[in-house]
Design a protein around this ligand. Structure first.
Ligand code: FRU
Length: 541
């Protein structure tokens, strides 16, 4: 209850926040981090394909997000980084920080390879109770757990070349010390692929749990102190998508939307084996008792039908994991993925750097009919909104709506909120098309007859760098039947992210027009769909 004295002390902010939490739960996540950034974003050179609002390394190679952790108002993004080249090489952990997930400030490289190996992917936690004893002056440290990859050992034909190490920081992530007695988990006998530790705190059992990707399954290990680890269980060898190697797991509880209960979600990236080729991330819904992860019975049935359940149907959202020590007001998890695909990541036509991260996304869990769906909506991105260029009400889309002519909006820094009323016509497709003066075009939309979303970059510009890049149109199924279709889209210089049906469908794809796209239109083919709503915003730069 809000009292009068509360009102005096906190003013209208408290009322606004409470109202927002009732009307729009995801906004709270945004409200928590919508403070002014502590420091300006580190500038990036003006180069072709440099994103306007997605994180890229200052230079050179980047892949997976690592060590995502929130501490004292700061989001830490570590990432797989090779600071001497634009292709994958000896891995380091690059580092950037942000107070709003939008303005990122570069930090010195956090972890360098050493005599035990390169520093592969992993996670970071705040060891608040100093269980590790690695803290200082009564304060717990940040502890990063990562995989050492020992290349000479691999090359000499040995098997035990991946093992887990830890490092700690007592100055809020500024500097890191490797633990003196690494590795903390040596390679178990026969395990060649043994990597990407994601650590969580089990509050019930008062111990740490780590999920590790082990070739074709996930293993759970536990430790009282982040140092002495014991194997507990394995999951997944015969479930979900296989064929590629399992990588980068993440385990977290999510409240069930509209209920007081929660379920556990296990994310598992797989490469290759994605639904549209190459790398992608699948998930499992179940229960975790601190030892075993067991599939929810409804999810088991769903899995039999769908074979694998995908987080994002586009080709460019891989190795994504969630932030430690941070949850939205309703328990949502904040996720970040690598916006590329191992099929072509090392040959995309960017100059001095390679790869960007996705936008942060807020994940929640919803039952749709008998099925479980992890929903993903843009995370704290409201503060990115610039000018609102256009808002149109219901209009029949007899001819494409050309946003440029109307507004002058830039298709390389743009947010669109669209609502279509779909006609009863299997030949109808609705969507958005970007174009440039060379006639190159990118299309993203929904095919009413096929009941599938699509992303078509086959004519979107440069694609001769890889035979796998634009060999086909990516598609994915709609999981609801509503006549009203909502599409929320973010377009940057070289990427599109679609959140449809309030986040029940996500699709992320990159493209490389020879010249920046400069025209955008909303279209409907076949029998005309009604555009019930269109809001177009610029994105601040
Ligand atoms: C996923 C991955 C991880 C590994 C890292 C190496 O993209 O292959 O499994 O730790 O990249 O850079």
């Amino acid at each position: 209850m809000i009292t009068q004295s509360d009102m005096k002390r906190y003013g209208w902010t408290i009322v606004a926040v409470l109202l927002l939490s009732i009307l729009c739960p995801h906004t709270i996540l945004q409200a928590q981090v919508m403070q002014a950034p502590k420091s300006p974003a580190s500038p990036r050179p003006t180069e072709q394909y440099r994103p306007n609002f997605h994180f890229t390394p200052p230079a050179h190679w980047m892949n997976d997000p690592n060590g995502l952790v929130f501490l004292d108002g700061t989001f830490h993004l570590f990432y797989q980084h090779y600071p001497e080249g634009v292709v994958w090489g000896p891995m380091h952990w690059g580092h950037a920080t942000s107070s709003d997930m939008f303005h990122w400030e570069d930090q010195p490289i956090a972890l360098y390879p050493d005599s035990l190996g390169m520093i592969f992917s992993g996670s970071a936690v705040y060891d608040e109770k100093n269980t590790s004893g690695l803290g200082k002056n009564g304060k717990g440290p940040l502890v990063a757990m990562f995989t050492y990859h020992n290349m000479p050992l691999e090359k000499s034909g040995g098997e035990a070349f991946q093992y887990q190490g830890i490092a700690y920081s007592n100055d809020q992530g500024k500097t890191w010390n490797k633990y003196a007695s690494n590795p903390v988990i040596p390679t178990p006998k026969g395990a060649r692929d043994f990597r990407d530790p994601k650590v969580i705190w089990d509050a019930k059992k008062q111990r740490w749990v780590v999920a590790l990707a082990v070739k074709d399954h996930v293993e759970f290990w536990t430790a009282p102190d982040l140092i002495h680890w014991t194997y507990q269980s394995s999951f997944g060898a015969n479930l979900g998508a296989h064929g590629g190697v399992w990588e980068c797991p993440d385990l977290f509880a999510l409240p069930i939307q509209g209920s007081k209960k929660q379920k556990w979600v296990l994310l598992v990236s797989i490469n290759p084996g994605g639904p549209n080729g190459g790398s992608a991330t699948q998930y499992f819904v179940g229960d975790f008792d601190g030892k075993d992860f067991k599939l929810d019975p409804a999810f088991a049935t769903q899995l039999q039908r769908e074979q694998a359940v995908w987080l994002d149907w586009g080709r460019d959202n891989y190795a994504g994991v969630t932030f430690s020590n941070f949850a939205g007001a309703k328990g949502e998890r904040l996720f970040l993925g690598w916006m590329s695909n191992w099929d072509y990541a090392q040959v995309v036509p960017t100059g001095t750097w390679r790869s960007a991260m996705t936008l942060p996304r807020s994940l929640s869990l919803k039952k749709v009919g008998a099925d479980w769906r992890v929903r993903g909506v843009p995370g704290p991105t409201l503060q990115m909104r610039d000018k609102q260029y256009l808002s149109v009400g219901p209009t029949a889309l007899e001819t494409p709506l050309n946003l440029n002519a109307l507004t002058g909006i830039r298709p390389d820094a743009m947010e669109l909120v669209l609502e279509f009323e779909l006609p009863d016509d299997p030949t109808c497709k609705v969507g958005v098309e970007l174009r440039n003066s060379l006639g190159e075009r990118y299309q993203i939309g929904y095919d009413v007859g096929a009941k599938r979303f699509f992303s078509d970059r086959t004519q979107a510009g440069k694609n001769d760098f890889s035979k796998d890049f634009a060999n086909k149109v990516s598609t994915g199924p709609r999981v609801v039947k509503d006549r009203i279709l909502k599409m929320h889209l973010y377009f940057d210089t070289a990427s599109c992210e679609l959140f449809a049906d309030n986040g029940l469908f996500q699709m992320t794809e990159i493209y490389f027009p020879s010249q920046n796209f400069n025209a955008v239109q909303v279209f409907s083919t076949g029998k005309t769909a009604v555009l019930r709503k269109l809001e177009a915003f610029g994105v601040k730069q």
